[in-house]
Design a protein around this ligand. Structure first.
Ligand code: 1HE
Length: 257
């Protein structure tokens, strides 16, 4: 893909795109160039990409915001920067392609905000999570107070921010920060394995999962039923669904065992 910074690596493996944060010397701290690159990448994902794996080079997934971007910054600079992060991470969360993130080492601050925008998080045993923003005298600015608080609950997020507490990989798994916890060094391989499976879900079902599920979790139930109803009707009427259901009824599709 064109116009990506050196801090982002992109490659294709069939229907899957594999992206690496690659700013190892700075522990994958997210500078403006990298976040702009994430925005470019997800805005211009080729139509035939059916799943994305987001992983990272080096010992740590990400040390969060590159703190050097905050020296001599104004409130307006920070406001604009956050808007860029929102655009980039919204493209991840509300695109048409499931994103599976592979975590290891530090998943800190903006790194956790980035991971929270993905649909599936796979952590290895070295992973740890922290939100040290307030210890540095700043605040989350990559959508964390919206996304992370919905995953772990606002009170846990307040504790992380107020006390500088660190969650281990095990704690993160119990709290839903990861959906999969694997051995040290195994997160990326598991994420790729999952991406291959995810890539087989037809586009209409994927659309419902990525767009209707998170919105219905926040909608009033009556509105949620209408959205679900429309989504279910659209998916069921799709020829792909008709073929797959016929295949099961004819004994030609896998059982759920
Ligand atoms: C950085 C950053 C960074 C490393 N911004 N330069 N995030 C934090 O408060 C976390 C800060 N980082 C750390 O606590 C540690 O670096 C790590 C635990 C992640 C890794 O430790 P270590 O010993 O492997 O590496 P290091 O020696 O600390 O760092 C290597 C280099 O990366 C060093 O630069 P060098 O030029 O001296 O080699 C570090 O300065 C640099 N580095 N992390 C800038 N974050 C949208 S709002 C979100 C707000 C936030 O994310 S706040 C959380 C910020």
């Amino acid at each position: 893909m064109r116009d990506l910074p050196a801090s982002l690596e992109y490659r294709r493996d069939g229907e899957i795109a594999i992206v690496h944060l690659a700013r190892v010397a700075k522990r994958n701290a997210l500078d403006d160039e990298t976040v702009r690159g994430i925005e470019t990448l997800f805005r211009h994902l080729p139509d035939d990409v059916r799943a994305v794996v987001l992983s990272a080079r080096g010992e740590h997934f990400s040390a969060g915001l590159d703190l050097s971007s905050l020296t001599a910054t104004t409130a307006l600079d920070s406001l604009r920067r956050s808007q860029m992060w929102y655009r980039a991470f919204d493209l991840i969360q509300y695109g048409n392609v499931p994103v599976i993130v592979a975590l290891h080492g530090a998943v800190i601050g903006g790194g956790l905000e980035l991971a929270s925008a993905a649909h599936i998080r796979v952590a290895d045993a070295t992973t740890y999570y922290a939100l040290p923003e307030a210890q540095r005298g700043i605040f989350v600015g990559g959508g964390g107070s919206v996304r992370i608080s919905r995953i772990i609950g606002p009170h846990r997020m307040m504790d992380l921010m107020l006390t500088g507490r660190i969650y281990s990989a095990d704690e993160g798994q119990q709290l839903g920060l990861s959906q999969y916890l694997v051995d040290t060094g195994a997160a990326e391989a598991r994420a790729i394995e999952l991406a291959r499976k995810v890539a087989t879900v037809p586009p209409l079902s994927t659309y419902g999962i990525l767009h209707a599920v998170p919105r219905n979790a926040e909608a009033d139930p009556a509105t949620g039923y209408v959205l679900e109803n429309l989504m279910a009707a659209m998916a069921a009427g799709d020829p792909v669904a008709q073929d797959r259901i016929a295949a099961f009824l004819a004994g030609r599709a896998a059982k759920v065992k």
